[in-house]
Design a protein around this ligand. Structure first.
Ligand code: PLP
Length: 466
């Protein structure tokens, strides 16, 4: 079609003239223009090539109940009429915020065995939830008379967001470049991904032993009295859907506890059903001191995040309160009544429709189908997943476990072809992986249709990869 006759042409031009896009190459945008997405319903979205596509990303791992749910639109509209906005500063409160805090804690207590989690702080994004955790940990250590305990441990390949503190905890170098990150005091440990980072012949258990020994050495070298916390996603998402080695998280937690180092579980992706359980905390039997949440809490219909802290941390804050004064941290939109109302309806809908159980079942179906249809492809090195968080990792040579070194990335080539074939895939920025994280409401026929489109995309991409 003549470029200028395309109805989106003017909009695309206006986009280039007016926006600085997140995580986008300016040069590529100027050359190729933006990809305009349109209306969406269920698992389908109007794609940039003029046809609908199945969204195998659920946006950015977040549209858990699928697109276009009337119930959430109604909840937002009615909340906007009731109390369009009020804040939580200086002890102000509102009913939807209180009810949502209670609902989140109840879910943790009843569905994740995490009865020690005790208070919820609201924000608006996964990044600010992690910045809040970063600040509260420092605050807590200052209040309990340990001002030297400030360093943070994270992992290579981790993604914790892109505000300044969270951006430094993120362990993917592409996000640090020219931003003077990571900041001082952040230490990244080896990425716990056996398939790619194990030495030749190293078993998963031996790899895990090596990671634990590294953590032990790091604590000893830096001094436990200087390390405040370690942050970890139960399954690393943006890093490549990296499922930790057996017993890794359990052993990490034990070491941290022994050394009085807090454990922060970043559940921005894994929270609210993605793994086929309500939380990664329950899925892996974790006992985090802080959990951060965003995305699925509102299925991304409204920007809302939560930083949930343990009773132990809260007690320190409370005991120091009379003398120390208010906790001087918060945001205009903390506890936004519209966002909290949308979240409450989203969680109610997830329960009514058994969406978490569906995620477990559909996750099994997705993995089975991927293995059947793509397992034998010469460039498919690994297919893995937990619930509806799955990935295909590409290799140039399976037998030698040799990875691609293409400047554009094999996974990006595949994703481009997949879009033409009718499925939106996310090529991830750390290693050559495409992720599969569809809405948790997806059904078997939609999975089959999406996997078939993925396989067609993979076949179409293959000649460009050899
Ligand atoms: N933490 C994890 C695990 C994430 O995947 C993300 C976003 O993808 C974030 C934090 C940051 O969330 P946001 O983009 O809402 O700031």
């Amino acid at each position: 079609m003549d470029q200028q006759a395309n109805p989106n042409y003017a909009l695309a031009e206006l986009d280039k003239q007016t926006m600085l896009h997140p995580v986008t190459s300016i040069a590529a945008l100027e050359a190729d223009g933006p990809q305009m997405f349109g209306k969406a319903s269920g698992v389908r979205i109007a794609g940039p090539l003029g046809h609908d596509v199945i969204d195998f990303g659920a946006g950015l791992w977040c549209v858990n109940v699928g697109y276009g749910r009337q119930e959430l639109a109604d909840a937002a509209a009615s909340a906007m009429r009731d109390l369009s906005y009020y804040h939580l500063f200086g002890g102000a409160s509102n009913e939807p915020a209180v009810r949502l805090a209670d609902e989140i804690l109840t879910l943790f207590h009843e569905q994740a065995g995490a009865g020690h989690l005790s208070k919820v702080f609201f924000g608006t994004s996964g990044s600010d939830a992690n910045d809040t955790a970063y600040k509260l940990v420092r605050y807590y250590n200052n209040l309990r008379g340990k001002p030297e305990k400030k360093k943070f441990l994270a992992r290579a390949g981790a993604y914790h967001g892109l505000t300044y503190a969270a951006g430094g905890l993120t362990g993917i170098p592409a996000y640090h470049k020219a931003f003077d990150l990571p900041q001082e005091g952040v230490h990244h440990l080896t990425c716990p991904h056996h398939f790619r980072f194990a030495d030749a012949g190293e078993t998963e258990d031996n790899f895990c032993d090596r990671l634990i020994a590294e953590l032990e050495r790091t604590i000893e070298h830096e001094g436990a009295e200087t390390i405040a916390a370690m942050i970890a996603e139960p399954i690393m998402g943006t890093g490549g859907v990296l499922i930790p080695p057996r017993r890794y998280l359990e052993r990490v937690q034990a070491l941290l506890r022994k050394n009085d180092i807090l454990f922060i579980a970043d559940e921005v992706i894994t929270g609210f059903g993605r793994l086929g359980s309500w939380f990664g905390t329950g899925h892996y039997g974790l006992r985090p001191d802080i959990v951060t949440l965003a995305k699925g809490v509102t299925s991304a219909y409204f920007p809302l995040s939560a930083t949930v802290i343990s009773e132990d941390i809260f007690e320190t804050l409370r005991d120091a309160s009379a003398e120390h004064g208010p906790v001087m941290h918060g945001f205009t939109y903390s506890g936004h009544p519209v966002g909290c109302s949308v979240a409450l309806e989203n969680l109610a809908l997830m329960k009514r429709e058994n969406i978490v159980a569906n995620a477990a079942e559909m996750g099994d179906h997705l993995l089975r189908r991927l293995r059947e249809k793509a397992g034998d492809h010469p460039f498919v090195g690994d297919i893995r997943g937990e619930g509806l968080m799955a990935a295909v990792e590409f290799v140039a040579d399976k037998a030698e476990r040799r990875f691609f070194r293409l400047p554009q990335g094999a996974h990006r080539v595949v994703a481009r072809h997949c879009l033409q074939q009718g499925v939106a895939m996310r090529p991830l920025p750390f290693i050559e992986v495409v992720s599969f994280s569809p809405p948790l409401s997806i059904n078997p026929a939609e999975i089959d249709e999406g996997v078939d489109a993925f396989v067609r995309g993979l076949e179409a991409a293959t000649p460009e990869l050899v």
